[in-house]
Design a protein around this ligand. Structure first.
Ligand SMILES: Nc1ncnc2c1ncn2[C@@H]1O[C@H](COP(=O)(O)OP(=O)(O)OP(=O)(O)O)[C@@H](O)[C@H]1O
Length: 272
């Protein structure tokens, strides 16, 4: 019985599928020959899921996110985002994308950075201002609109870049290791804030990370990947409640999931 059929048999309402990948392969042609970045990837992501992708460097996490965002074209297989191709989803502004580095323009204020994509899209001035205020509030940066990126800490800059991705109010947020460069205390705080934002907005989030605790703390679903070729080795549905204080990381349930993720990573690791 498939996972979906089990959920239905148990009487649970099936979540609407927001992203689905079937038989996805992506091969990069390089000077050293072909590199299979994704092999036979099948995945379903439901509305409101928080999905983490975890795996060693080179296992295709970023590539998968880029395929969803229509920044890479798969060699074979299908991907649907909101039921349409990634290209159609991109044109419909179905997602916001947060990169590894905050990537804010230093010559623009925080407000100016968040407003930029709205300006390009031709939103009326008043609506631009409204949206900037709203997303600044969501990431707890109200009052920092007129500051320049260099006047903010690394964590605040990353929050500003999340705000920029939220400005379109897309239902899907694609986040490529957004907190990787931050120290652990700041990261903990941002993890808490991101969970609160997710709970408030009910967005579907795809989140790339190298950190097992981060993946387990944040996710409803953890996708474990392994490299050469990049493939999914385990998909873990988290039994943790939606409400998650940081202390949950000491609970037996949390440690059990972390253990399963670690086992999955170990099984897929070549140690070369
Ligand atoms: N544009 C490209 N051209 C050629 N090869 C690429 C390209 N982008 C990625 N690759 C290769 O594809 C594989 C998957 O890369 P990808 O960046 O998706 O992995 P990742 O899991 O996100 O890694 P990391 O954790 O280091 O960010 C790697 O072997 C990488 O070298």
């Amino acid at each position: 019985m498939t996972q979906k059929a089990v959920a239905q048999a148990a009487g649970a309402a099936p979540a609407r599928t927001v992203i689905s990948a079937e038989g996805l392969n992506l091969v990069y042609e390089t000077n050293d020959g072909p590199v299979q970045a994704l092999k036979d990837v099948d995945l379903e992501i439901g509305k409101g899921d928080f999905v983490s992708f975890i795996g060693p460097s080179g296992c295709g996490k970023t590539t998968f996110l880029r395929v969803m965002a229509d920044l890479e074209t798969p060699t074979s297989g299908t991907v649907l985002v909101n039921g349409v191709t990634p290209e159609a989803a991109r044109k419909a502004r179905a997602y916001g994308y947060v990169f590894q580095a905050a990537g804010l323009y230093p010559w623009r204020t925080i407000g100016g950075n968040i407003r930029l994509p709205l300006e390009i899209m031709g939103y009326p001035k008043a609506e631009q201002a409204d949206r900037v205020q709203r997303v600044l509030e969501l990431v707890e940066l109200s009052g920092f609109e007129k500051k320049y990126p260099w006047q903010l800490s690394g964590g605040m800059q990353q929050r500003a870049s999340i705000a920029r991705a939220l400005a379109f109010d897309a239902d899907i947020l694609l986040m490529d290791e957004p907190f990787g460069a931050l120290d652990e205390i700041v990261r903990d705080h941002l993890n808490e804030q991101l969970l609160a934002l997710w709970a408030r907005t009910e967005k579907t989030i795809c989140f790339v990370t190298h950190s097992i605790p981060e993946a387990v703390y944040l996710s409803t679903k953890i996708v474990v990947m392994s490299p050469r070729p990049g493939r999914i080795t385990d998909i873990i549905e988290s039994p943790l409640p939606k409400e998650r204080p940081l202390e949950i990381r000491d609970s037996p349930e949390f440690l059990e999931i972390a253990h399963r993720v670690r086992e999955g990573l170990r099984a897929g690791h070549a140690y070369d």
